[in-house]
Design a protein around this ligand. Structure first.
Ligand SMILES: Cc1cc2nc3c(=O)[nH]c(=O)nc-3n(C[C@H](O)[C@H](O)[C@H](O)COP(=O)(O)OP(=O)(O)OC[C@H]3O[C@@H](n4cnc5c(N)ncnc54)[C@H](O)[C@@H]3O)c2cc1C
Length: 462
């Protein structure tokens, strides 16, 4: 018996069938007779990037807390993923670089599931097949909400099938959950129904992911490592994520911030990788076999919509996932926060029909710590605009020291990974033992040149 094994209503409709929508459908399935998931894309059997989730072409790390929740909602999920050929490893034993320096690996017991994003989504969707009351309405555009005349309560959603000459239809629902991602129309729909729009907080980072898949001629070049991650930071803004994924393939996303972007032409892509202070990714891909052309995705700003601050909100409508908060992706938080929000929804369903504002307040609590990590971390770049209260300045200075201490002390790596993986609260970074270790072993980043000059870089020919 879970918190939510209470019948709450007849039909719930989930808008959007990506990660947040799927996890929402999973918890709603325990509480509603029928759960309908509506998406504009074809979903069944899709294991490749799709139009509605363009970010799916780029590296997606699933944080440890996300992996734990997938195992809780779909018992045996990780085991099945491994059996299907998805590599896994210990999060603390990946090849991590912060401020250009390699962290000492540490066994954390936290599992990193290293899947291509569309493949991970396909596994979640497949697992949801065990819940026979969940149905998908694919290739269907969501047009808007239906509500009572006074706008007090949402009663359903207007949708239209794609590619067929049919009129828009209304799907009646006892609950509608918006999981349509960053482009969510809920702020507009609220205004149409006579409500205030939520306040929006934006942290502009002008980030670009440029991504390519490879096959390695010889995997021994990885020294057994599952992934190599020189993470962007103010002293080393050019970053990358390299991962071994399913099907014997590898994926590389090069990450440029503040308008810097790796080119999409193959030579320019490789040259940009070669320009990084940390040579590891370039050394691995320079002789690897490319499987596609580089492709770019630009992410202008993190966006947090403060629904919890509204005084009025329609009944029977909830917002979840990127629709509520879209985090700078280099911190890898979006899917895991969506999973944590799904657990929050499960707890609310255990008490009956969810009260929207109470739910939105509770997920604001879920969002807060990861937002502090990512938006707060972005403010370490002097060029990023935003208020910098002393606490943010202090945490960024402490983080730089901690990353440095983690290059010497694996216990620091371990604690840091548990917090960054959203398993432990941020307080764990400030325990007396941790502060002692950070002050003992940490030195501030030295701020080397941001890119290697052509002369300093060995030529591709070696
Ligand atoms: C470059 C990049 C890299 C990322 N890397 C990571 C990472 O490493 N780890 C991580 O956890 N997160 C990462 N994220 C974030 C992650 O992609 C999202 O947090 C995650 O997909 C959950 O989002 P969502 O389900 O709320 O929305 P989305 O994934 O955006 O899905 C929205 C869904 O709604 C559908 N939809 C939207 N509008 C309509 C409409 N009008 N009609 C019908 N259907 C509609 C779309 O087709 C889509 O299926 C990254 C994001 C980006 C941009």
């Amino acid at each position: 018996m879970t918190d939510s094994d209470t019948n709450v209503g007849r039909r719930a409709v989930v808008l959007g069938g990506s990660m947040a929508g799927l996890l929402t459908a999973r918890v709603l399935a325990d509480a509603y007779d029928e759960v309908l998931v509506v998406d504009r894309d074809e979903l069944s059997a899709v294991r490749t990037p799709r139009r509605g989730v363009p970010q799916g072409r780029h590296v997606h790390g699933l944080l440890a807390r996300g992996q734990q929740i997938l195992d809780e909602l779909f018992p045996g999920f990780t085991e099945r993923a491994v059996a299907a050929g998805i590599p896994t490893g210990d999060l603390g034993e990946l090849r991590w670089f912060f401020n250009g320096r390699r962290l000492r690996p540490a066994a954390t017991g936290l599992v990193c599931v290293s899947a291509d994003r569309p493949v991970l989504e396909a596994h979640v969707r497949g697992s949801l097949g065990d819940w026979t009351n969940v149905r998908f309405l694919e290739e269907t555009d969501i047009l808007g909400l239906c509500a009572t005349d006074d706008g007090a309560r949402v009663t359903g959603v207007r949708v239209k099938r794609r590619g067929v000459e049919t009129a828009a239809e209304e799907l009646a629902a006892d609950l509608v959950v918006d999981a349509t991602g960053r482009g969510s129309r809920t702020p507009v729909w609220l205004a149409e129904l006579g409500y205030d729009r939520p306040a929006e907080q934006r942290i502009k980072i002008d980030l670009t992911y440029t991504t390519r898949h490879y096959r390695l001629p010889d995997e021994s070049i990885l020294d057994g490592d599952l992934s190599i991650n020189p993470v962007s930071s103010p002293s080393h803004p050019r970053g990358a994520f390299f991962s071994r994924i399913d099907g014997g393939r590898c994926i590389v996303s090069l990450t440029g911030v503040l308008g810097d972007a790796a080119p999409t032409d193959p030579d320019g892509f490789l040259e940009w990788a070669r320009s990084m202070e940390v040579p590891d990714v370039y050394e691995v891909i320079k002789n690897a076999k490319p499987l596609d052309d580089p492709i770019a995705f630009t992410y202008p700003a993190s966006v947090r919509r403060h629904y919890e601050q509204l005084e009025r909100f329609p009944e029977r409508l909830l917002v979840i996932g990127d629709a509520a908060c879209s985090f700078n992706p280099v911190y890898g938080q979006g899917m895991t926060v969506a999973a944590m929000e799904a657990l929050t929804l499960r707890a609310h369903l255990g008490r009956g029909v969810p009260d929207p504002l109470a739910f939105l307040k509770d997920i604001a609590g879920v969002i807060e710590a990861p937002w502090q990590i990512s938006a707060g971390g972005d403010l370490a770049y002097p060029e990023v605009e935003g208020p910098r209260p002393p606490m943010v300045e202090m945490m960024n200075a402490y983080s730089a020291l901690m990353h440095s201490a983690a290059t010497r002390d694996p216990e620091v790596t371990r604690t840091f990974m548990r917090v960054a993986g959203l398993v432990d609260p941020a307080d764990a970074l400030m325990s007396p033992d941790m502060i002692y270790r950070v002050l003992k072993s940490g030195t501030p980043p030295s701020g080397p040149p941001t890119t290697r000059t052509a002369a300093a870089v060995p030529s591709p020919a070696g």
